[in-house]
Ligand binder design. Sequence first.
Ligand code: HEC
Length: 682
Amino acid sequence: MSRCLKVEPFPFDGSFMFRRLVLASALLLAPVASRADSAADAAQRLETLSKLVKDPHPRVRLEALRSLAKIHGSRSAELALDVLDQTMDPTLDYALWLTINELSEPWIAALESGAWKSEGREKQLAFALKAIRPDQSSRVLGRVIQERRLPRDGSGPWIELIGQAGGPKELGALLQQTVSGGFDDSATARALSALGEAARNRKVRPEGDAKGILSLLQSPNESVRSATLRLSGDWKTPPPAESLSRLAADPSEQVRATVFEVLRLQGSSSLPLLKQLASDKDPATQRRAVLTWAALDLSGAGPALVNAVQGLDQEQAAQEFWRSFLAIKGAGKNLAALLPASGIPVAAARTGMRVAREGGRNDMELVLTLAKGAGLSADTQAFTGQLIRDMAAKASASGNPQRGELVYRRSDLACTTCHAIGGAGGRVGPDMTSIGASAQPDYLVESLLMPNAKIKEGYHGVVVETKDGQTFSGTVVRESTSELVLRGAANQEIAIAKSNLESRNQATASLMPAGLLDSLNETEQLDLVAFLSQLGKPGEFDASKGGVARKWRLANVLHTDQQNGQSDWMWKSALQDKRWNEVLSRVNGDLTRTLMEGATKANFWTSKIAVLALTEVQLAQPGTVHFQLTASPGTELWVDGAKVSGPVSLSAGNHRVLVRIDPNRIPEKIRLETRDAAFVLN
Ligand code: HEC
């Protein structure tokens, strides 16, 4: 074969077509790689491919991957795995899977000899272990476990890797270490989840006796209790009804929720217990029981459902109820036929109408029945172009953006759950930071009144139905050969095992609910539009510059904490802990007194010692950080458990920064700034 096809050093500013041409020549040359005299060529091709595999264009990355598969050797495997540092899609995922599959032996040899190091490449390691044959990954993992019994605190990627790629033997070893108390609480919970993941996504279970895990239901740690329950559900060996019934009243919300999840997975054998719990004395337990019952037997649960709807008088509870209810296949239509013609509480109806139209769902029967039953109007007419222009003009003339910001933050509208400003807020819909500078008021009004008219590129949703009777909608966050992860309308990630997928369709409606403005009066509507149209323009609604804390978590320190000797929970408790109330700063970065007070209302019989406002910063490398706190004298600044007054030197990673506030002298506002570290937003 002629040697004139030798690949020249690669011009990276070339066009996409040109890059593909270079790639094609690399491909053509690939078969030569087996010749002894072409080692230098192979090295040259690898050098070229090392750049192409990081190309901005996914198509180029894809072809680079397939070329790498033809050059047998550990370096090719290493380069192929680098593709994971960029956005993946199902095609790339599959191509990488094939490539690693073909290069498995050299990769394993490199891993075993230490030439390929896994530190800092956990993602790559996990992928490769799943791509190679099960007996190969089992061999690799088995050796690791043999060499070093997993550390008590579970540090390192091994627990999760065993869950993702281990065979019965490795899972068995993990199970034994777990039930024999070989891990601390947090590692125990992780090990239990890893065992569950293996059962759900790969249908692999540990060898040996699995009964021992039920003793972990007695653990004082809620994550351990809940993960144990969940695992017993995944293995289809749930605890007996008495235990489930007791756990349904567990002090931990997480555990209570898991009980019902397990009951659902168990199917119709759970019905007797569910019917009993549907008349429990606690309304939240009642609602959960009815919802689970409905998931298993929609028509049987009918009367109990109608009852539950009539008891929904609070926004938060109503929202949770509707979201879980409408995740049941065919639920909306079914309930619409059963609801009474009047007497539905307004809060229940309003929230139901919104949820029925969010996330690309459009349950019109239910919307109309709820509206009628609560005496509300269901404005579903098409809005004319004239009406939209009039409203935009009025908003520009008389809307008040300061008041509009408060409308935007209202929890019943849920704007912040789906949209972020300055990075703070949800990621279901587009970022709003500069919407006012980039969009005309007419466009804003139209987006609010008729979200379905134009769906923004990249925000089309999918609707997924599962074999076990659930429906989910949202945008695709990531996808692999075994799992699909969506971001749902509540900004939560939903993981669905591919083996459980029944159908998957593009949503016809926007993920943003129609009729959101129905509950606002005209002034409020105009204020909201005025606010949106200011976003990103210079002035007090410009959130484009970083450097200020936007996401806070607030909590009270009470006398009882001191009595119970709890003085360091603020440094140790999980940030998701119910004790912290999440609050976003205003667009200008201020956390105002009203916001602080709203988030820290305490029962009148407890006395507050302090109000805490916590935020987090992240450093890419160790450094000195200067914080600038704007607040009145009654406040103190603490970092990682120590009070600070000047610059602090911090290690790389995340750090908690806390403002401690005298509850009797809550300042007008607090504002925390730094240029030396990034505030953590997600
Ligand atoms: C359930 C999630 C959700 C809620 C709640 C929600 N949105 Fe949206 N929003 C979206 C999604 C998704 C899009 C993009 C799809 C589309 O264009 O319809 C969007 C689009 C928009 C757009 C157009 C943005 C653009 O760049 O084209 C505006 C403006 C907007 N939303 C404002 C709001 C306001 C104000 C609220 C509260 C009253 C709100 N949204 C509530 C999900 C939501």
